[in-house]
Write a protein that binds this ligand. Sequence first.
Ligand SMILES: [Zn+2]
Length: 305
Amino acid sequence: MDFIEIKEGCYYFKSAVNIGYILSDDKKHGMLIDAGLESSAAKKALYILQEKNLPFTHLFITHAHADHFGGAQYLQTNYKIHTIAPSFEEAIMRNPILEPMYLFHGNSPLKEMRNKFLEAPAIQIDETCENGLWTEESFHVEFVHLPGHSYNQFGLQYKEILYAADAFLGLEILDKHKIPFIVDAAANLSTLEYLMQLKVEGMLPGHGSFSSNYVNTIRSNIDVHQKLSSQVIKFLIACEDRGLSLEDLIAKMLIKHEIEPANLGMYSLFRTAITAYLIQLIKERKAVYTIKEGRPFIFLGQSSA
Ligand SMILES: [Zn+2]
């Protein structure tokens, strides 16, 4: 885990899941942005902070995905810190079983869904954040609403640097994921368009490297999402007469991208992302569905004819 200085006051711990760090001007307060997948990641970050004599007083969790707050319980147990998170997301952080539950039908999850990638240890939240300026002691930060990847994700802007959470993926990660996780295709696209026109010195995604050339990265993310949505339509066109069951549509998308999910958890993540495009197409009347033969069938809608 490397500790990288973006500019004075703005840093991050580079890892598979980045952890951001900002330092107040009086150097008395330090805020971690997300906490990594598990306590070992948080422990490593704290070890580096202590080695460099840097303070740790605040923790901001951008959204309730286990890989972003898995290390937070360790931090809350071992340090006296003030924890901030977005509303709604904070409810999941307090009741983390909700993540494996919502990913698969709302049932009590099978035990293989209850792993560290989908269910982090529960944490307490001291304060929920709102869109806009937040000032406390010597911190002046801006919380930025970035929904789409998760229902109420927020990023944080400090000294012209945006910690963008999972609003977009770094290029190398985008390529690897093939179908990035989203819950709301329209919100995701609006967030990406908003970020494209945001003027900052640079952005750090939750997965990938810091970049001052973020416009190109975000444009590539938009291209991927638009392509995926078009692919859903193409499959519906190909099955225009008989329609396509939801399960078959997901299978076709996974096979097309040569994705073989290793387990039910992985499958659920892809299923949610693909369903997000479908929901948007239904809202735009480009697709319709009916329940027949005991399952939902999707048909091409009138607006895409
Ligand atoms: Zn995430």
